[in-house]
Design a protein around this ligand. Structure first.
Ligand code: DCP
Ligand code: MG
Length: 412
């Protein structure tokens, strides 16, 4: 018992996936420095260190009591090396942590953080801009645009709509986006599912993007194919010849209505089941669905309608001017649209509901404890390669021998 609280430490230590991590937990002051350090290392490009701090933060989030002394937590699994414990000790003793303060104030971190806030700029490009071009802010990118040779087209839009895209998307805005996408989807195919996943499904009240899964049942089993995708003005990433799929048709409608600022359709080559499994051996969170990474105009009011005749700007300076016009009835918003065949739906919903750390732990457990391969496409046994079908998330948890966990408890 801890402070009169009955807490089964052995069960907690031995069953990390049976822990509940909700948004509203008992240890916000201790989680904050660990979450910051996780974010810090992710921004600086060290995913292993980021993961270690995220795992420690998740451990504290799932404790059923507020920690007041180190003796309550020293032998908890998940707190990792002495480093996390040192951070926690100092935070408990003094209310803050010098390492966190120093890192938060460091010039390099502040610069890399600003630069990776640009849609399309990852850690390695940010590092190069900072180190070899002395670029520290978005305004530097605009000023030096002509000589930076940033060829990824997303970056231009990321720069132009930097303010919008770095403002959290409220649930209300996400549901408004879902509404406008739903309206156009109904024009493209009948009876499709359109599910809001990502952090919103875990109960978060805001997020950095809107993750929408589309499923049109057996009538449109592969969703895909491409011939007129390019004529819809979409920049594809390859793709085969064939008839238009739901996503390409949806995209064309969204564009026609004037809702799209930028879209990149990703059409990975079709994989057979053996290839799906092989791909998942990398324990990556990437999947092989056809998807569209978009920047949409999110209406600020329900009664706003886009003007399809709005000029489509393509050069940076007119985009920047349009991006800084705050009086336009919409806000640029990142939206991921993912097309999911019906028989993979529960696996896709599980995979896209996150959190990233929860899914990572789930995949690792499936692999190392059960000898199964779990991806956003399905669950296979490694030896025979047999697909374990599921009609619901509950059935997936049952296949894994775990108690069903509500999305609100997956905030690892
Ligand atoms: N995901 C995935 N494959 C991708 C991208 C994401 O499987 N190519 C998964 C991982 C996340 C979930 O989808 O658990 C949503 O990704 P986000 O990065 O949008 O994460 P959140 O929605 O949890 O965070 P936020 O609230 O910041 O949007
Ligand atoms: Mg999201």
């Amino acid at each position: 018992p801890i402070d009169g609280f009955s807490f089964d430490k052995d069960f907690f230590n031995n069953n990390p996936l049976e822990r509940h991590a909700s948004l509203d937990h008992h240890n916000p002051e201790l989680v904050a420095p660990l979450s910051f350090l996780s974010e810090y290392w992710s921004t600086m490009g060290d995913e292993q260190r980021s993961l270690a701090f995220a795992t420690a933060a998740a451990t504290l989030k799932s404790l059923p009591f507020a920690v007041t002394t180190m003796s309550q937590i020293v032998d908890l699994k998940g707190l990792g090396s002495g480093h996390c414990l040192k951070v926690l000790q100092e935070t408990l003793d003094t209310g803050s942590c010098r390492e966190v303060v120093a890192k938060r104030d460091s010039d390099k971190y502040k610069s890399i953080k600003s630069l990776t806030g640009v849609y399309g700029i990852g850690n390695s490009v940010a590092e190069k801009l900072y180190t070899s071009r002395n670029i520290t802010r978005v305004s530097d990118i605009i000023a030096s645009w002509g000589c930076l040779a940033l060829h990824d087209e997303r970056i231009k839009y990321g720069v132009a709509y930097y303010g919008d895209l770095n403002t959290p998307v409220t649930r209300e805005a996400a549901e408004r986006i879902q509404g406008v996408v739903r309206r156009e989807l109904d024009q493209v195919a009948q009876g499709c599912k359109l599910e809001l996943t990502g952090g919103y499904r875990r109960g978060k009240s805001s997020g950095h993007d809107v993750d929408l899964l589309v499923c049109c049942g057996s009538n449109d089993e592969d969703g895909a194919s491409v011939s007129s995708v390019r004529s819809a003005g979409v920049v594809g990433s390859g793709g085969n010849a064939g008839t238009d799929g739901v996503l390409a048709r949806l995209l064309r409608r969204l564009r026609h209505t004037g809702l799209i600022l930028h879209a990149r359709l990703d059409r990975p080559p079709a994989l057979n089941e053996a290839a799906y499994r092989k791909q998942s051996d990398r324990v990556s969170s990437m999947d092989n669905y056809e998807k569209c990474f978009c920047i949409l105009k999110c209406p600020l009011q329900d009664d706003w309608t886009p003007d399809p005749m709005d000029d489509i700007q393509t050069d940076l300076s007119s985009l920047v001017t349009s991006g800084q016009n705050g009086d336009r009835g919409w806000r640029a918003t990142r939206v991921d649209l993912v097309y999911v065949p019906q028989h993979q739906w529960p696996y896709a919903v599980l995979g896209w509901s996150g959190s990233k750390l929860f899914l990572r732990l789930l995949r690792r457990y499936a692999s190392s404890t059960l000898g199964l391969v779990l991806t956003s496409h399905g669950l296979w046994s490694k030896d025979r390669g047999r697909l374990l079908p599921a009609n619901s998330e509950q059935e997936i948890f049952a296949h894994l021998g775990l108690t069903y966990k509500h999305p609100s408890q997956r905030n690892f």
